[in-house]
Design a protein around this ligand. Structure first.
Ligand code: SER
Length: 292
């Protein structure tokens, strides 16, 4: 049985991953940490989920904070893993790509020249994680997440957050002001699929992994108009107005429209369960219970 440490367990991903891993591996095998220090107990950790990060748009406002949080946490986790012989999962992102990357069917192995500090930390993370694997044999694994849509904890200032906020507005009966322009496609995924990806890649047979850091994974790709129309089926009077944010728009324009995730499918069986319509039904049902 794995003994797992989650770093950054209070964020958008962490709050849900703690529950999922405790249900999968047992409460006593999953230690959650965030900004507060760990207790002095010995847990015999053998797997670390390193989730600490400042998302893309927020990091642009304070690049050194973005770098220090993303890389500081990564280096601490990798060094701890090297010394104590742990496996490490660190999420990478569509943010690891940039304007010179092919935007359609973005290949697994391609140009990675991001122009955000978030993207720079993600590419650094991929390289450093691969280095720790080849140089020290640390079992590092990672996926490049698209925008994650969830209903427990709000994301903290990313470029894809609009795809979460639009559901909150619809369920609350408010007009939605969209910070991303019509026609801007980005990869997205519902949180239950993201949680499965994080467990499945860490359980994957290492002999089948050609890649490690980091696998393209996606579940859907849409622009604001498409998600708006998917929600409008349930809220016919829902209104959306475009009010674009130049920082987020520039970032979104530099990211892929749709990634090719065939390597993840082949090497460890990646197969998401939620498309846009199925996610929309579940988001609306869950948010109604939470907000109304
Ligand atoms: N959701 C992240 C962001 O928008 C991308 O990984 O910053």
């Amino acid at each position: 049985m794995k003994k797992i440490l989650i770093v950054g367990s209070g964020g958008q991903i962490g709050t849900e991953l703690v529950k999922k891993l405790r249900a999968t591996y047992g409460n006593e095998n999953v230690v959650a940490s965030d900004l507060r220090p760990l207790t002095g107990e010995r847990y015999n950790i053998d797997t670390i989920y390193n989730l600490a990060a400042i998302l893309s748009a927020t990091a642009e406002k304070n690049p050194m904070l973005g770098w220090n949080v993303g890389i500081g946490s990564l280096v601490n986790c990798l060094e701890t893993a090297r010394i104590f012989n742990c496996a490490v999962f660190t999420p990478s992102s569509i943010g690891a790509f940039g304007a010179s990357t092919p935007h359609d069917n973005t290949p697994q192995d391609t140009i990675q020249r991001p122009n955000t500090i978030y993207g720079v930390t993600k590419v650094t993370g991929e390289l450093l994680s691969d280095y720790y694997f080849t140089r020290f044999g640390v079992d590092t694994r990672s996926v490049r997440f698209p925008g994650l849509i969830s209903n427990l904890t709000l994301p903290g200032g990313g470029t894809t957050d609009y795809a979460v906020e639009i559901y909150y507005a619809a369920v609350k009966g408010e007009k939605f002001y969209c910070p991303i322009s019509k026609g801007t496609y980005m990869d997205m995924m519902y949180m239950p699929d993201a949680l499965d990806a994080m467990v499945d890649i860490m359980e994957a047979d290492p002999s089948k992994l050609v890649h490690r850091n980091s696998f393209n994974v996606t579940a859907m790709s849409f622009d604001p108009e498409i998600i708006y129309n998917a929600i409008k089926k349930y809220y016919p009077n829902f209104e959306m107005e475009y009010k674009f944010d130049p920082i987020r728009q520039a970032i979104a324009d530099s990211w892929p429209n749709k990634m090719d995730d065939s390597c993840a499918r082949k090497e460890w069986g990646w197969n998401p369960k939620y498309d846009l319509d199925k996610m929309t039904v579940d988001m609306i049902e869950t948010l109604k219970k939470k907000l109304l």
